[in-house]
Write a protein that binds this ligand. Structure first.
Ligand code: DGL
Length: 282
């Protein structure tokens, strides 16, 4: 693949288990419009929330391989399950390469934002089984403030339901009501949406939790961290015009495009189908 000589003009790569990470991509496109982006959705292996840490590490390394081959200057793991299970492995692998590409994940920026938001020191987390089981949010929250309590709920059924494109009917509302019950009982004042799909449920959640409870999503906090890294490493794209963005999917590209627009809230354009290979990042 052709290389771009000015590293600042290389694209930022973003990946997720499917279309959910497009909620994160949305914030990047809005906050850092001059950058070029490549997004990869591993829809063929969705959902990640039921995968083991080893599987998630393998998938993440395969995706990183593909995105580095496409000249990525920065790797953003938009998926909470992959970040929770595989970020340290990915970061370690990247440090061993000659490319010096930084890897950012969604857990830390979101945890820091939640700690800064809470007043009563009680935070709730809604996430997949894989994310909750990893303990990554507990670790990140306690690193930011050991006096804060985290109440975690594995809401495994939600992401597949949202990704299926089904409308939010009474069944979805009742499901969400059940999941947030432990958070209401614990009287949390801040709720982390620890899964890429959940921002689509924000209106339902806000109504149920009440207006005094603050909802934290990963997109904005992550976009700020991306901006910091680009600035610190002198990697910000010097172009003043809007950059380009394109999409890769391991599954059916038409299905990706059909569901994806709802998540991206911007025109999506054509989606390229991609086959991932095991490989060694040089
Ligand atoms: N991107 C995934 C996450 O944030 C969505 C859910 C899944 O793949 O199970 O965890």
């Amino acid at each position: 693949m052709a290389t771009i000589s000015d590293p600042r003009e290389r694209p930022i790569a973003v990946f997720d288990s499917g279309v959910g990470g497009l909620t994160v991509m949305h914030e990047l496109l809005v906050h850092l419009p001059a950058e070029d982006y490549i997004y990869l959705g591993d829809t063929a292996r969705f959902p990640y929330g039921e995968r083991t840490p080893d599987e998630l590490a393998t998938f993440s390394l395969e995706i990183a391989e593909e995105l580095l081959a496409r000249n990525a200057k920065l790797l953003v793991v938009a998926c909470n399950s992959a970040t929770s299970a595989a970020l340290p492995v990915l970061q370690q692998r990247m440090r061993q390469t000659t490319l010096g590409v930084e890897v950012l994940g969604v857990v830390r920026p979101e945890a820091i934002q939640a700690v800064a938001t809470t007043n009563n020191g009680r935070i709730g987390l809604l996430a997949t089984n894989a994310t909750v089981a990893s303990g990554a949010y507990d670790e990140a929250i306690h690193a930011a403030d050991p006096h804060v309590t985290l109440v975690s709920v594995a809401a495994q059924e939600l992401a597949p339901l949202i990704q299926s494109g089904s409308t939010f009917d009474d069944k979805v509302v009742e499901l969400v009501r059940g999941y947030i019950e432990p958070l209401r009982e614990a009287r949390v004042d801040t709720v982390i949406l620890g899964c890429t799909h959940y921002p689509l449920l924000s209106p339902i959640l806000q109504r149920m939790l009440g207006r005094d409870v603050r909802i934290v999503t990963s997109g904005v906090a992550l976009a700020r961290q991306v901006e910091h890294v680009l600035g610190a490493r002198d990697l910000a794209n010097p172009n003043r015009s809007e950059g380009s963005y394109r999409f890769l999917s391991t599954g059916d590209p038409e299905a990706f495009a059909a569901v994806g627009t709802r998540f991206l809230q911007l025109p999506l354009g054509p989606v390229e189908q991609v086959t991932l290979h095991e490989g060694v990042i040089a």
